[in-house]
Design a protein around this ligand. Structure first.
Ligand SMILES: *Cc1c(COP(=O)(O)O)cnc(C)c1O
Ligand SMILES: [Zn+2]
Length: 412
């Protein structure tokens, strides 16, 4: 029995074959992978998962590929860190950080979605892969395409951080810098996708790509000893990651791998680009597109494709949404580094800044088991903090000068 039954429309339920399709031709709703959970139930178990590879492929039974993985074999299974110092500082007894700063190979959570998307793209016979990216996605597509020997085009907005641009060029894909915002890039890519038979990972094969994000939920549950957390804090760009963490938790519940999902989803955005969080706080179930203006460039999507579904999932979980200013993002990056020794990118600053606010507001309480998702590495967004960390203390190569500079006693 195949585990993937169909692609189905999230709005009207119409079903389509599991090809490179992403919108419903009846109602223009987005398509999503539909599984045969009865068939999966017969073959999945905690023990089987635990004996699987140390990568996201240990959840192969719940991922939208037919055969064995061929791309991104080492992505996922990142550390879940018990954050005692940060927890004590904030006033949470059991705080964990899911650390995708160290995802393989490009140091962000995007290595998950790309491993799944490119494996599926190959199954569907594509030789060229492409994406519209806010930065991390392009890095991951470029790296995986190089390793897989696939042709590659990545499209990025005109104002990306230096390390994210270099992190494309080094793999030698076609790097296309578009004069405009991510939303302009995305619109252009939708047009290009209509002209060429390329696998645009977040456009025509988005239903498969998005499923890779579920593994952040699966790993969290397994690493907590088969428990779902009480609270999670998730950064939002298109809102896809948040909706898929919810889907992953619900799948584990449906399959009997979890008894109960008490989890409240909390969505985090930068104040300078917060269409989803603003709508949620105003009690609306639709968002108004914005023009992004924030240092959190990886989250700078003004017209988020899954915004509507992120609002719905958060409401269903009885969760919250919050925003932080650019200054609060920088403070939170430093706080995380100085308490836990983890250097996150600006999206991590958004997550920790929002976590801090939600604890202060009493939304997250001391005894809530809480997981914060740290989705990208700080070495890629150095511009954001370079002026906020001071300079090294410069000395002459002399013991006396060193001792004097630090006011230490000689020979003590
Ligand atoms: C892409 C990205 C996200 C979230 O993306 P969604 O579009 O909401 O799924 C979060 N953090 C980082 C660092 C990212 O690059
Ligand atoms: Zn439809």
């Amino acid at each position: 029995m195949p585990k993937m039954q169909a692609l189905s429309c999230r709005e009207c339920g119409k079903e389509y074959p599991t090809r490179d399709l992403h919108v419903c031709e009846l109602c223009f709703g987005p398509l999503e992978v539909k599984y045969d959970y009865e068939a999966i139930k017969g073959r999945i178990s905690r023990a089987k998962i635990e004996s699987g590879p140390y990568s996201l492929w240990r959840y192969h039974d719940l991922l939208p590929v037919e055969g064995e993985p061929t791309v991104g074999l080492y992505a996922g299974f990142t550390p879940l860190i018990r954050a005692r110092n940060l927890g004590a500082f904030l006033g949470i007894d059991e705080l964990y950080l899911k650390n995708d700063c160290v995802n393989h190979p490009t140091l962000s959570f995007k290595d998950r979605v790309v491993a799944v998307a490119l494996t599926r793209a190959r199954e569907l016979g594509f030789e060229t892969v492409a994406c519209a990216s806010t930065g991390n996605l392009a890095n991951s597509v470029a790296a995986h395409a190089a390793a897989a020997g696939m042709q590659c085009y990545v499209f990025i907005p005109g104002d990306l951080e230096a390390a994210k641009i270099l992190g494309n060029l080094i793999y030698r894909p076609n790097v296309v810098e578009v004069e405009g915002t991510y939303d302009d890039v995305n619109r252009l890519c939708s047009e290009i996708a209509g002209e060429h038979r390329w696998a645009f990972v977040n456009i025509n094969i988005r239903p498969y790509y998005a499923e890779g994000s579920k593994t952040l939920a699966f790993e969290t549950v397994e690493q907590l000893g088969w428990r779902a957390p009480d609270q999670v804090v998730i950064p939002m760009a298109s809102g896809s990651l948040l909706t898929k963490i919810w889907k992953g938790l619900k799948e584990f519940e449906k399959l009997g791998l979890l008894d109960h999902v008490p989890t409240k989803l909390n969505g985090a955005q930068a104040e300078g680009c917060s269409p989803i969080a603003t709508a949620y706080r105003q009690g609306r179930d639709f968002f108004k597109p914005v023009k992004p203006q924030t240092i959190a460039k990886s989250l700078a999507i003004g017209n988020p494709a899954d915004g509507y579904y992120a609002l719905k999932a958060t409401a269903e979980s009885k969760g919250a949404m919050e925003t932080v200013t650019d200054d609060e993002i920088v403070d939170a990056i430093k706080l995380l580094a100085q308490t836990e020794g983890i250097f996150a990118e600006t999206a991590g600053g958004v997550t920790i800044g929002v976590l801090r606010k939600l604890v202060k507001q009493g939304v997250i309480r001391r005894n809530d088991v809480t997981v914060a998702y740290i989705t990208g590495n700080g070495l890629k967004t150095q511009e954001a903090v370079i002026d906020a960390v001071g300079r090294p203390i410069r000395i002459q190569p002399s013991l006396t000068h060193f001792t004097k500079t630090f006011g230490l006693k000689e020979g003590a």
